[in-house]
Write a protein that binds this ligand. Structure first.
Ligand code: B16
Ligand code: MG
Length: 217
């Protein structure tokens, strides 16, 4: 039997940390004297912290020296971490644990593939660390999604061929990264936005056991 590996994105798939990213970016934008809307925050999903700040400064039409840029990166992250500090298991998105349990019961290799540099502390906070055999995050990659690097490293760590990996993603760039890695991409969210995915689900609640079993064949 072939071995299938499962790779989960973090923000938007396991927990909704996008709302905390939004509050922290909005605080920074307000400090710099401009507004930052939730619609604009959509552009930040799955995107690295550095790239997010570049987009934010474009929105505010602000030029920054390297030193200022670096300071604002730190400031935003410190603010974000204050929200993360208060997280607990109640913030795990519906039916994530059911799917993780399904995989664990069958000893199926599972990795995290996230752009976040805070992935490990977040998994610790929501008490999910034990479900993951490997964690590949913003600290391990040089190229951001849609580059497939994060998922290819995850497959390698799991010892599973990329074409035998399944990726759960909520961001367009993440689906593109999974497709570029020749993995099975599953969009979690709006199927009109994630229309490049091989399969689409609004959330894990819509994903039944029969479907999960077909992925193992
Ligand atoms: P950090 P994911 C991504 O997480 C977020 O979607 C994105 O909005 C954020 O900028 C990025 O992580 C970096 O996060 O500032 O914590 O390093 O969706 O790839 O799990
Ligand atoms: Mg995401």
């Amino acid at each position: 039997m072939k071995i299938t590996g499962f790779i989960f994105d973090l923000d938007g798939v396991i927990v909704d940390t996008a709302k905390y990213h939004y509050l922290a970016w909005r605080n920074l934008a307000n400090d710099l004297g401009f507004e930052f809307t939730e619609t604009q925050n959509e552009l930040f999903k799955g995107v690295s912290r550095k790239r997010c700040l570049e987009i934010l400064l474009d929105i505010g039409k602000i030029d920054a020296s390297q030193a200022q840029f670096d300071r604002w990166m730190v400031e935003k992250n410190e603010d974000y971490l204050k929200y993360i500090e208060k997280m607990n298991a109640s913030e795990i998105l519906p039916d994530v644990i059911r799917v993780l349990e399904f995989l664990k019961e069958r000893n199926i290799p599972v990795a995290l593939g996230s752009a976040s540099k805070n992935a490990r502390p977040i998994l610790e906070k929501v008490e999910l660390l034990r479900y993951f055999d490997d964690i590949v995050d913003g600290n391990n990659v040089t190229k951001a999604k849609p580059d497939p690097e994060v998922f290819l490293i995850a497959a390698d760590k799991l010892g599973v061929l990329p074409e035998n990996c399944v990726v759960f993603e909520d961001a367009v760039a993440g689906i593109q990264a999974a497709n570029a890695a020749r993995m099975i991409s599953i969009g979690i969210g709006d199927k009109n936005i994630l229309n490049e995915a091989n399969y689409n689900f609004k959330g894990f609640t819509e994903m039944n056991e029969a479907f999960l079993k077909t992925l193992l064949k």
